[in-house]
Write a protein that binds this ligand. Structure first.
Ligand SMILES: [Zn+2]
Length: 339
């Protein structure tokens, strides 16, 4: 990406082992993220460009001399953040705060919308899938690198437990995975706030019990009607815009919780006053998806959950620029890339 709206497919030098803790993977599947759309809309023009993409599954091609757990030929999930797996924060299950970690597709580390990627700290970062996984499972496995783990994080932070009422703000891929996560954790009522027919249909398939397509005050009022005027126990904020967060806080019942995973586009969190007077806990942040793979993977291998259904378009590398456009125009929910 060279700037807003400017995505090109170009040949770059092959990734190779630089540090002895590195691996190189050949990408089996990658995808375009809703969060890639923020730079797609706003990125300042750059001469060097940025190699985009932070979600991938692939096969290990090469490992450095100090890599112990990961072997050549392993089929692996690449979480969007790399991490050493050994520091205090990794031990806490917060690999996104790793003292030696960072993010793929950033200005420092090249991204995964490519044929191959260099993986720093391979032992801590990559999650090998030792079970047999056929082609049909690839899309769902790919979601463990970000969106399914992120939706799950929102649900965990929002304290979803059996019998709870849940609202999901945002009907993008993360919001849809949030519906799956809420259902999986036993929520009884799941209200999706969104307005795109294709996404809402999928949300219902995933377990949403109610749909609210209004916005702002009208949305708040509608959620109150659906919850005996109480509000919901748990809100999953999966957008990141001011209005979405304000809505999220306003529909939480007193004592409820908001799990925020939408990348914030503002410096401040709105809704401070209703959050205060209703004792609404607001938490969350960038999701440590590496920590959740172990828990979510069996459900995917068994077919209990099918988050891969969020992909409604599959392109080769040449199709990536148009994939960004299609997602940005809300023509596509999420675009998978098969290099
Ligand atoms: Zn660490």
């Amino acid at each position: 990406m060279y700037g807003a709206g400017d995505v090109r497919i170009e040949n770059v030098p092959d990734p190779k082992i630089i540090e002895p803790t590195d691996a190189v993977i050949r990408v089996s599947r990658a995808c375009v993220c809703g969060s890639d759309l923020w730079p797609y809309q706003k990125m300042e023009r750059s001469d060097r460009g940025r190699v985009m993409g932070h979600e991938a599954i692939g096969v290990v091609e090469d490992v450095g001399a100090d890599v112990r757990m990961i072997k050549r030929g392993d089929f692996v999930i690449m979480p969007f953040a790399f991490s050493d797996g050994t520091c205090a924060f990794c031990h806490d299950g917060l690999q996104t705060s790793c003292l030696h970690g960072g993010f793929f597709g950033s200005t420092e580390v090249a991204g995964a919308q490519a044929e191959a990627v260099r993986i720093p700290l391979a032992d801590g970062t990559l999650f090998p899938v030792r079970a047999h996984a056929d082609d049909a499972l690839m899309p769902s496995l790919l979601t463990l690198s970000d969106v399914m783990g992120t939706g799950h994080h929102a649900a965990v932070i929002a304290r979803v437990t059996p019998g709870k009422s849940v609202a999901v703000v945002g009907d993008g891929a993360v919001g849809l995975c949030g519906v799956i996560a809420a259902k999986r954790l036993g929520a009884e009522q799941i209200i999706i706030l969104g307005r795109h027919a294709d996404r809402i249909a999928l949300a219902k398939d995933f377990g949403a019990t109610d749909v609210v397509s209004e916005r702002g005050d009208a949305a708040v009022e509608r959620v109150r009607e659906l919850t005996r005027d109480e509000g919901v126990h748990s809100v999953l904020e999966c957008v990141g815009l001011e209005q979405a967060m304000h809505t999220a806080i306003s529909i939480a019942r007193p004592g409820g919780a908001v799990g925020r995973v939408g990348v914030p586009q503002e410096q401040t969190i709105p809704g401070s006053e209703p959050a205060f007077y209703n004792n609404v806990m607001v938490g969350g942040g960038v999701a440590p998806v590496r920590a959740y793979i172990k828990e979510l993977l069996p459900d995917i291998l068994e077919g209990t959950i099918q988050p891969g259904r969020v992909f409604d378009r599959n392109v080769g590398l040449d199709g990536v620029p148009d994939g960004y456009r299609a997602m940005n125009d809300r023509e596509s929910i999420k675009v998978m890339v098969t290099p």
